[in-house]
Design a protein around this ligand. Sequence first.
Ligand code: TRP
Ligand code: ZN
Length: 890
Amino acid sequence: MKDAQPKSIYLKDYRKPDFLIETTELHFNLDPSATVVKSRLKIRRNPEAHTPSLPLTLHGQDLELISLHIDGKTLQPSEYEIGPETLTINTVPNEFVFEAEVKINPEGNTSLEGLYKSRTMYCTQCEAEGFRKITYYLDRPDVMSEFTTTIEASESEFPVLLSNGNLIDSGKRENGQHFATWHDPFKKPAYLFALVGGTLDFIEDTFTTKSGRNITLRIFVETKDLDKCDHAMLSLKKAMRWDEEVYGLEYDLDIFMIVAVDDFNMGAMENKGLNIFNTSCVLAKPETTTDAGFQRVEGVVAHEYFHNWSGNRVTCRDWFQLSLKEGFTVFRDSEFSADMNSRTVKRVEDVSLLRTLQFAEDGGPMAHPVRPPSFIEISNFYTLTVYEKGCEVVRMIHTLLGAENFRKGSDLYFSRHDGEAATIENFVKAMEDASGRDLTQFTRWYSQAGTPRINATDAYDEESGTYSLTLTQSCPTTPEAKQEEKQPFHIPVAMGLLGDAGNLPLKLQGQPIDADTEDNTNLVLELTDFEQTFVFEGLNEKPTPVLLRDFSAPVKLNYNYSREQLTAIMSRDSDGFSRWDACQKLAVAVIEDVMNAYRGDQKYDIDHAFIETCRAILIDQSLDKAMVALMLQLPTEAYLSEIATEIDVEAIHFARQYVRKALAESLSEELESVYRANSNPEPFSASATAMAKRSLKNTVLSYLIVTETDESLHLAQAQLDAATNMTDELAALSAIINSEHAGESLRDQVLQDFYLRWSDEALVVNQWLTAQAQVSRVGGLERVQQLMQHEAFDIKNPNKIRAVIGAFCGGNPVNFHREDGAGYEFLADQILTLNKLNPQIASRLLTPLTKWRKYDSGRQALMRAALERIMSEPELSKDVYEVVSKSLKD
Ligand code: TRP
Ligand code: ZN
């Protein structure tokens, strides 16, 4: 909780630590409300410290001190000082043994940071600054220590006791207690510490590394979940092999463990040798998990595993460097997923997320560079910008250097900085040194916030056969810097030119044709100035430019395409991403036609060419079914809101629904036959082909249901009854509960049946909650308030909060943004409750309110009022304070 006004911490104030901790010995006596933690730390002054005679200041929060010793001698209260977040000892020798005994209360810890209880299990979450809630420590990532951890607890209640590294001792104690001692040979910062105690079962497998070492792999879960671990285990083994093959990186300990917990603030955590996962990111079986869920498990398991090198072996010097491990690791996991599944589908999904949510973050009050220059609460900076844009920045380095030099750069980075706490400069320098490329200008991607705009114009000269393409760049004002202050970015623009018969060979004026490149229809232009013109020669026809192939840079590119040109790219370009993107642009244009008519009270006319284009895509047998599904899914309301200058909630919703309905009615015959062709009763398979089929079938079902016919409703009901997997079951459930035609009693009936069938499976119940929270029919707020009274809801469980409150406020725009502001008041109430229980979750939930400036003046006033009401709460957490105060700042 805040003490006076929380202060900002600045990157420019970084100082090396005054003390280092050589070894860390911990002893836990687990008890629900009075766990005793004893620590024994070998501390010495840092020879590189700036100020050599300073007192020892350790971090500590919510700790009840029992005793302190230095070199075996008890400290008297006059010899130290305890602040709300620190312990200071004025005089200490240059080298000493520090011992502390403290008491903590895991059961009362609802913040889910530090040591807490999740259901019956003890577990920890220490990133970023949670270790200080366990004991007094130098809780900063550049202090790395060798940990030995002993855990003691009741043997019958907590038979499994885990920590990082290798088990070196275990046995019985008196009174039914037992203990386990773990030793981690790798030095690590405290944020990678983990402890688990509980009644857990596990599945086990082994992995043989490329150098022939055998690694034991274990996934620990509650017994009821043992049947949902196989997919995570398979994903783990694939990730281990992939990291050896693609990055040459091998696992280092003899055992790798994953533990699944129900109450968790984020997706998962890469603690050394002992990853802790949100159950939602590790458990999967076809009956309970959608295809998207399966892919998420694969991606997150890989992400956490990849952190063993990009994060653990080479960690971050300070939290400003967070993207050093997160951006790089997201890049690694997204390439892994692209290699395991469809590369184009993965790219489209990643870009959609980035363009919808990260671009919105970049345009709002919390906008920050990939490396933020300051923060009040670091937990607020685990953002889409640090993760997803950070990944795009690494991807651009990969594009500029090429795969081979990028690998040389990563080899150099890992060998140079193994065992160190590194910076983003270290990473970029290794890439430069290995490739010989100068990335000085490129590093602006790490320091300038905001989404750059590129404007493209062109001219074709028939006589000379030349085509000139002019690109200009700018970057809008963000909270820390005005547009005029921003320097040009170094932007790789992958591109091609499309002619009547396909892609045209590219020859830049004044540049020799590179005989080595087989593919002369794809080129990466490097935009480094505010304005540059590229001239192509040898062209017999006026080409259509295809720009930002594969989304080669996280920018907004504007070129004045005609609808015919977009249709041409969509049907003929060589790049799958660009084909999808052209289709989206076309759909946006068609939806905007209807929005304009809606606002101008005119007749709605749907571009018939667009309907015919969709028909052609739908019946094209040569296309990948997953791509057909993606192309037919209209841009979401969230994306349409992001690209709008002022968000017109009703017009967006109306227009999108109108276009959906028009498509559904015009294409009903084709939709029905595609539905039938893809809904055969084959046994379940998780293959890419089978998933693509389900994706297409369920996209088609979502169209058929808006025709509001008996037949389409029967189709959905039949699918719901016959489903053998959650993908089909949930799609059918959603179709019915979103259908006006179904009527209230049928909707209630299917919801009740579904709940009765799945009430024992928390993760399925969460999907059931989300499906209801997102129904756009009137009365959404009242339905959500009712859901919060349901036995399945629990305000202390982040997954439930996300499933109901998060899904409603972020995924049900027409109901959340009700004109009377009741949605905003509801969210403010929830935030004030969660501010006390779980500040990290409270702060994340605030996001929809932070975007208030993009709405009409009526909504602006109501959203502001809700923010101001939160601001007036006297005991705001740093987390909530930072987001609300930055949102209200003019
Ligand atoms: N390092 C984790 C990841 O990216 C993120 C994380 C997990 C986290 N739990 C957290 C961050 C709690 C802040 C607070 O995989
Ligand atoms: Zn991560």
